[in-house]
Design a protein around this ligand. Structure first.
Ligand SMILES: C[S@@+](CC[C@H](N)C(=O)[O-])C[C@H]1O[C@@H](n2cnc3c(N)ncnc32)[C@H](O)[C@@H]1O
Length: 249
């Protein structure tokens, strides 16, 4: 917040024991501190969040990207090929899809969300990162009319009981429709699983994030939908948080 308010680089800001800026800079800084004191997340105050290799513009219209979602990039970055059709469904700030684009700018990227505000923010990030991509306003697959080689998705998965116990600053400041996944947490993910096969090309893959402990419920869903090529990936806490599923035919 200090470097943002005083318009100096983060590295430079560590060099000062005391720093004299203008009155405008100082009052902006004190305004930022007041917002933080009432629990507004720092990334919303400075309108920026670092994710994978880039900084993304964020505000309270989108989820504040989480470091654990970088696991999706880790799992998929080596699968990208020129011309690959990639869909980020529930793109929010666009951090997942746009990070993949920065890994290989020859993919054909589509960013979709049911929040118009999220889509316009993702557009801003795409412009900033000079990414050539398409934006689709869609409630899950309702407005998707093509097939893809890779679908990445971090849909809401917080279960009802866990939602009540979320940190107060998350409940007060982050968009609930980006977090809440119904009683079990998997309401929206199950709807996604119900439709995803129709939107994958032959040999297509989907990669999704889910909550701690939900892998057991997901395994049952994969059996129900006849997904057999299923690979789970663990986060830094050694907990399964991402799954990659390959289409059978
Ligand atoms: C957990 S946030 C993830 C945002 C971003 N991908 C990230 O990782 O930071 C979930 C996103 O899915 C979107 N979303 C929720 N339900 C949706 C639905 N039915 N159809 C499309 N998007 C949806 C929300 O608007 C939100 O942007």
């Amino acid at each position: 917040m200090f470097s943002k308010a005083f318009e100096i680089s983060l590295a430079k800001s560590y060099e000062y024991h005391s720093y004299e800026g203008s009155n405008e800079n100082a009052s902006l800084f004190s305004e930022m501190v007041s917002l933080r004191a009432v629990g507004v997340p720092t990334s919303y105050i400075v309108c920026s969040r670092s994710f994978w290799q880039n900084d993304f513009y964020v505000d309270r219209t989108v989820l504040d990207p989480r470091p654990e979602s970088e696991l999706i990039i880790d799992v998929t970055k080596d699968l990208l090929f020129d011309g690959m059709r990639v869909l980020d469904l529930g793109c929010g700030s666009g951090c997942i899809g746009l990070s993949l684009y920065k890994e290989n700018s020859n993919i054909t990227l589509f960013l979709a969300d049911f929040s118009k505000k999220a889509l316009s923010l993702a557009k801003k990030n795409a412009e900033e990162l000079k990414a050539d991509c398409e934006f689709i306003h869609s409630d899950l697959f309702s407005n998707i009319h093509n097939k893809f080689d890779l679908i990445v998705s971090n849909l809401p998965y917080v279960a009802k009981d866990d939602f009540r116990n979320l940190q107060r600053e998350i409940i007060l400041h982050e968009p609930h429709e980006a977090l809440y996944g119904g009683r079990s947490g998997l309401r929206i993910i199950k709807l996604f699983l119900d439709g995803v096969n129709r939107y994958l090309n032959k040999n297509g893959i989907f990669v999704i994030e889910f909550g701690k402990g939900q892998d057991f419920l997901l395994r049952e869903e994969f059996l129900r939908f006849n997904f057999n090529k299923v690979f789970f990936y663990k986060d830094l806490n050694n907990v399964n948080r991402v799954v990659c599923v390959k289409k059978d035919t």
